[in-house]
Design a protein around this ligand. Structure first.
Ligand code: NAD
Length: 484
């Protein structure tokens, strides 16, 4: 990080002031109405739409990202999620009646969908707009105020968001903190009504522990190694094309990128050939204009180290094609990789694809189940039984057949991990739910005491046998006797 960048970081005193200002903003009740929420959401949409070209330039500066890829994988999904929230927020926020129950119907039980309060959103570098504004859409739709802490690694996009947020959004409602570890540590010392952290598991643990100290609820969107299991009889060309795209998009710096491939030994040759063919069709002149760059020299060197230490066979790309000055790593395929290989030791998060040959699908499942639950699990097969076997015998954040990445953008689907790949769901309605408090509410009439008066002392058996809980007890006894 340059000194010039550090000089622009938010001071620790300012962080305290922002926290207090947003608390006051929330208490003022200005985000209570659906109209106010829609105004902020619409403004957020304009923020992205009006500044599309500037965002594309910032993506190019941070990640060497192709403008079309920046558009369809980051900016347009943000706009689409904004539109969905504007259209549906009224329905999402509607007070819900509890299911009818004879026992409690008279108390008119409802669930009020209330904002949690002031929330903190900490985002990573890889999809800096969608992973910062996406959760913000949910937070605003739910009526919260929010502090955003985008990544210092995607500095140009982060700086642009910090410049634009005060121009488009209410300062009592949204603020941006610029900074790295000290600033995030300071934020984590404060109490929040919810913290959403998206990033690595290492930092996720720090965030979880900090949240525990202030009773701040925490959702973690983490990463890990997402496998792709290949049926030897599948449409190999499509499988290779899609898997390679998963590693090429944003240079593999995608949390749900297929991390490695598990394939029957006898089918490895055919799959490698299909990958080479797909590579040729993506990059016919090998100029790699469409390839994003690795975000920072530290990440470049980490990836280089993993490839240097592999015991597998590099069949495409590799060390000779790496350009350290340009932070470019070309698609690198490594075959014949074993379980204890460097490439299997951590999430790759780069355009390097190890292929792990196995004897059969049972071995593939055993390998997956020996490791952390992945964020995504991919299977490539046209055989329903093969697909069912893989899905039914594993656990993962998402389970996808014959496709990659698209599950995150699919309207109506939750996006989140399980166990070490995270908890909580950060997209659309699911983000709204994450930032919403389900407030149980009753309004009980006085006449109910004619039925439920037995709850007051002195307790007598005669009255107790007239109460709804007693009817429930009788009905449960009846069910049990019917079963036995
Ligand atoms: P990171 O954990 O290094 O950084 C994420 C955020 O945490 C940044 O804002 C950073 O400033 C902050 N941070 C870093 N170190 C910190 C510390 N010691 N204390 C407090 N805050 C700290 O992650 P990254 O490198 O930006 O992103 C890559 C990781 O994110 C990968 O593991 C990837 O799989 C994961 N990811 C997950 C999702 C998802 O939705 N599940 C999405 C994108 C990325």
């Amino acid at each position: 990080m340059s000194d010039e960048q550090k000089a622009q970081y938010t001071s620790l005193e300012e962080i305290d002031q922002m926290h207090a200002a947003l608390r006051a903003g929330f208490r003022s009740g200005k985000m209570k109405s659906i109209a106010a929420r829609r105004t902020q959401l619409t403004q957020l949409g304009y923020l992205v739409q009006d500044n599309m070209e500037r965002f594309k330039e910032a993506f190019a500066a941070d990640l060497g990202r192709h403008p079309m890829e920046a558009s369809f994988l980051d900016l347009l999904p943000t706009l689409s999620d904004t539109k969905i929230a504007i259209d549906r927020v009224e329905k999402w926020a509607r007070t819900e009646r509890a299911p009818f129950s004879l026992n409690f119907a008279a108390t008119r039980p409802v669930i009020r969908k209330e904002p949690k309060g002031v929330v903190l959103i900490i985002a990573p570098f890889n999809y800096p707009v969608w992973l910062t504004f996406g959760p913000l859409i949910g937070a605003l739709a739910a009526g919260n105020c929010a502090v955003l802490k985008p990544s210092e690694l995607s500095w140009n996009v982060t700086k642009l968001m910090a410049e634009l947020v005060p121009k488009y959004l209410d300062q009592d409602v949204v603020r941006v903190v610029l900074g790295a570890v000290p600033e995030t540590t300071k934020l984590l010392e404060l109490p929040w009504d919810h913290i959403l952290y998206t990033g690595s598991g290492r930092v996720g643990k720090i965030v979880n522990m900090a949240g525990a100290k202030t009773f701040s609820p925490v959702s973690l969107e983490l990463g890990g190694k997402s496998p792709a299991v290949i049926d030897p009889k599948c449409d190999m060309r499509t499988a290779a094309k899609r898997i390679l795209w998963g590693k090429v998009a944003n240079a593999g710096q995608t949390c749900v990128a297929p991390d490695y491939v598990l394939i029957e030994r006898g089918a490895e040759d055919k799959f490698v050939e299909a990958l080479k063919e797909a590579h040729k069709s993506f990059f016919p002149d090998k100029s790699y204009k469409e390839m994003s760059r690795i975000v920072a020299p530290s990440h470049f060197n980490r990836l280089k180290g993993l490839v240097e230490n592999t015991q597998g066979t590099v069949v495409l790309g590799g060390l000779d094609e790496m350009d350290e000055a340009g932070k470019l790593i070309t698609p690198t395929i490594v075959r014949g990789v074993k379980e204890d290989d460097s490439l299997m030791s951590e999430e790759i998060f780069g355009p390097v694809l190890p292929i792990l040959p196995v004897d059969n699908v049972d071995d593939a499942l055993e390998y997956i189940n020996k490791h952390d639950h992945p964020l995504a699990l991919y299977v490539f097969t046209q055989d329903a039984a093969f697909k069912a076997k893989v899905f039914d015998n594993t656990t993962s954040g998402s389970a996808v057949a014959n496709e990659v990445l698209l599950q995150c953008a699919t309207d109506g689907l939750p996006f989140g991990g399980i166990g070490p790949s995270g908890n909580g769901y950060q997209t659309r309605k699911y983000a709204f739910d994450m930032f919403t408090h389900l407030r149980a509410s009753l309004d009980s009439p006085s006449w109910l005491d004619k039925i439920m008066g037995a709850r007051y002392p002195p307790y007598t058996v005669r009255f107790f046998s007239c109460t709804p809980p007693y009817y429930s007890y009788l009905s449960f006894r009846m069910t049990c006797s019917l079963r036995s």
